[in-house]
Ligand binder design. Structure first.
Ligand code: HEM
Length: 392
């Protein structure tokens, strides 16, 4: 039945809500559809199981929130796709923050379903087969739109046709979500454009390498002066390992090898941009980008936490050696999805490996500082007396 739509939802002058009013709450929200969509299979079999109601409502609530997350995510991707104006970063922040808050609700929601006991679940589990969250189209779309790549998934999880074989529309949507630019890809391109990376300009990367070398050389001198031989050896070997870690970002060929193995995701340039933003996050132009990077990590963290809570719930409900209703190895399969391979912004988490003490961070030049200031007039360079000499 088509709903009568009015441009103004409130009652008109002299009009009583109810009789003449066009659209009411239930109608607007189509509650007739939503609230009549809890079909208990156990009830149809004349042995109604109380907890099946909770099971259905919980899944439906998840799917509604997945829909909202995808809605926000698509809009954030759209903003990133255009040549991003800095005035738009606030909108990105607002929407990413909303996604993060929804994910927090989703992580906690698992607890409500855990009020159901395994015996209660057993009472209706057979009715579900072969239905499974594995067939949640929206969950797959969400992962793909964020940037989970097919080659990083565990094998069982790569073949969509087995799951959505007869649903051509679902397969089409999944295919599209795999080829269109993911949030991770758009963020990577955005980071590559970070001001300050230009070799002809501020040349952050050159300065950063100099600063790291200075730091490591100074620490080597301290280690060499250590009188106790085994402490000295320990310190020197520790320093060697740290030098190797830094080499992995200074030498593009090592970075590329890590990219090929799926251990890194961002291009070399994008990684440089992320480090630059992290170091100078107090500068006005980098403050919002820095917050964006933090929210992206929150998204990854919360999805991982959801996966973990879900795995624990699954173990509690069906143990660790029963197959899932979707045909996977159940708990064992789900546990394998907790790995870093499913983290889209894993490089941001690992940035801390490459940080250096504040006093070694290359000072900004006047022109770079004015480039990073939102109000460009009347800027004077502030000399920071704590900075190490030779880093300018
Ligand atoms: C009693 C509660 C639950 C049990 C026992 C359970 C069990 C499972 C199992 C065994 C799988 C692996 C696939 C398979 O079925 O073979 C799975 C996957 C999944 N479940 Fe659940 N689940 C429960 C609740 C939920 C809820 C409330 C949601 C919310 C939407 C959900 C969403 C998913 C998703 C998205 C997957 C696919 C995960 C992936 O492939 O990475 N599950 N579930």
């Amino acid at each position: 039945m088509a709903c009568p739509v009015r441009s103004n939802f409130g009652p008109q002058d002299g009009e009583q809500l109810g009789e003449e009013a066009g659209m009411l709450y239930g109608e607007y929200l189509m509650l007739d559809k939503i609230l009549s969509s809890q079909r208990l299979l156990s009830e149809q079999d004349k042995r109604k199981v109380h907890d099946e109601h909770l099971f259905i409502i919980t899944h439906q609530a998840y799917e509604l929130w997945f829909k909202q997350i995808i809605f926000e995510l698509d809009s954030v991707r759209d903003i990133f796709s255009e040549t991003l104006e800095e005035s738009q970063t606030l909108e990105i922040l607002k929407r990413l923050n909303r996604i993060v808050l929804i994910l927090k609700v989703l992580v906690d929601q698992v607890m409500i379903l855990e009020t159901m006991t395994p015996l209660d679940f057993m009472d209706f589990r057979n009715y579900l087969k072969p239905a499974s969250g594995f067939q949640s189209l929206q969950f797959r779309l969400l992962e793909n739109k964020l940037g989970v790549k097919a080659e990083n998934r565990v094998k069982y999880n790569r073949n969509y046709t087995r799951v959505f074989g007869n649903d051509q529309e679902a397969l089409k949507q999944i295919e599209l979500s795999e080829v269109e630019p993911s949030l991770a890809l758009l963020v990577e391109r955005w980071l590559e454009r970070t001001p300050g990376l230009e070799v002809e300009g501020f040349n952050f990367w050159g300065k950063y390498q100099k600063a790291v070398n200075l730091l490591l050389d100074e620490q080597r001198q301290i280690a060499m002066a250590e009188p106790i031989e085994n402490v000295k050896e320990y310190r020197l070997s520790d320093l060697e390992k740290r030098r190797e870690v830094y080499e992995s970002i200074f030498r593009p060929e090592i970075h590329d090898a890590l990219l090929n193995r799926g251990e890194r995701r961002f291009s070399h340039k994008a990684l440089q941009g992320a480090i630059l933003i992290t170091f100078y996050r107090d500068e006005p132009r980098f403050s919002q980008p820095h917050q964006i990077l933090n929210l992206l990590m929150d998204v990854d963290s919360l999805i991982t936490k959801w996966r973990y809570n879900h795995v624990l719930m699954v173990q509690r409900m069906i143990g660790s050696s029963q197959l899932g209703t979707g045909g996977s190895s159940g708990y064992q399969y789900l546990r394998s999805t907790l790995s870093d391979r499913y983290k889209v912004f894993v490089d941001l988490f690992n940035l801390s490996t490459f940080l250096i003490p504040r006093s070694y961070i290359p000072p900004l030049t006047t022109s770079m500082r004015s480039q990073l200031c939102l109000w460009k007039n009347g800027i004077t360079e502030v000399y920071d007396g704590n900075r190490k000499d030779g880093l300018d």
